[in-house]
Design a protein around this ligand. Structure first.
Ligand code: LER
Ligand code: MN
Length: 271
């Protein structure tokens, strides 16, 4: 059975971004629970800003799980990523991600590498960038395994990264990793830009999918754009997907309405 989740961002620098609830974990959890969500996905500025003990108590009280934790704060706040030309910045990126993996693991939640993957540009070739990405995913994937969680890698659309944008090239790249602990985040917004057919892209990912960002074509909440969820739901069912569909969407027209719209679409198509 697919489970529902909704994003809560605690990152001031990310304001205007595609997150449903903002700046208040307790309020977000209470609202998520009231709407019937199974879990929350937390985007924090750094690992220390994830209040592990409090969040454990809060989610237990609300009957929620933590679906995943984001690592993009390292990029949004510090401009670190895994493919920067200087080794010190790449190390900062890896250390930042490792600390979020550790915090998430204490909550049973895997970390997501999305914008922290970076891109190739200037003196860095695509081959070099993919080599650094491979090394980082192998190292961080094995670290995540040690602390008992998978590591989630999220292919982005061409306007956010030039490394891996589509399912076919991502699956081929996954085959070159040494670790078996990296799973894929299928973000329907990115896939809508890059895939000829979203359902076929999901089938190409198959059992590699470990998380879904459930959102509409225009990054508004599911049901507020022109995404056709019928073939998407059928593809997820066929591959036996049973993890989270998480609302990573603009808080449009506001957070409460976005959370309500998404759980409505979830119940209609994925429950
Ligand atoms: C960024 O566009 C995105 O989809 C996030 O989930 C990644 O950090
Ligand atoms: Mn996403």
């Amino acid at each position: 059975m697919i489970k529902s989740a909704v994003t809560i961002s605690l990152v001031k620098e990310a304001e205007g971004g595609p997150f449903v609830f903002w700046h208040d974990l307790a309020a977000g959890c209470v609202k998520a629970a009231k709407l019937g969500y199974d879990a929350v996905e937390v985007f924090a500025p750094n690992a220390d800003a994830i209040p592990v003990a409090d969040l454990k108590a809060l989610t237990a009280e609300c009957g929620l799980k933590v679906a995943a934790v984001g690592t993009g704060g390292g990029w949004v706040i510090h401009k670190w990523h895994l493919c920067q030309p200087d080794a010190a910045s790449r190390d900062n990126a890896k250390n930042f991600i490792r600390s979020i993996i550790n915090a998430g693991a204490q909550l049973g939640a895997p970390a997501i590498i999305g914008s922290m993957q970076g891109r190739f540009e200037g003196e860095v070739s695509k081959e070099q960038a993919l080599c650094w990405l491979r090394e980082a995913l192998d190292e961080l994937g094995e670290h995540a395994k040690l602390v008992g969680v998978p590591l989630i890698y999220e292919p982005l659309n061409r306007y956010e990264s030039n490394l891996l944008n589509r399912a076919d090239e991502t699956v081929a790249f996954l085959g070159t990793l040494d670790t078996d602990n990296v799973v894929i985040l299928a973000d329907l917004f990115h896939m809508n830009i890059e895939e000829a057919n979203i359902a076929e892209g999901l089938s190409t990912y198959g059992s590699h999918i470990g998380h879904v960002h459930f959102v509409d074509s225009n990054r508004r909440p599911a049901g507020c754009g022109h995404m056709d969820y019928t073939p998407i739901a059928a593809a997820l069912k066929t591959i036996g997907y049973d993890k989270y569909a998480s609302a990573e969407a603009f808080p449009w027209p506001n957070s409460d309405a976005a959370a309500k719209a998404t759980i409505g679409a979830f119940n209609q198509h994925l429950a």
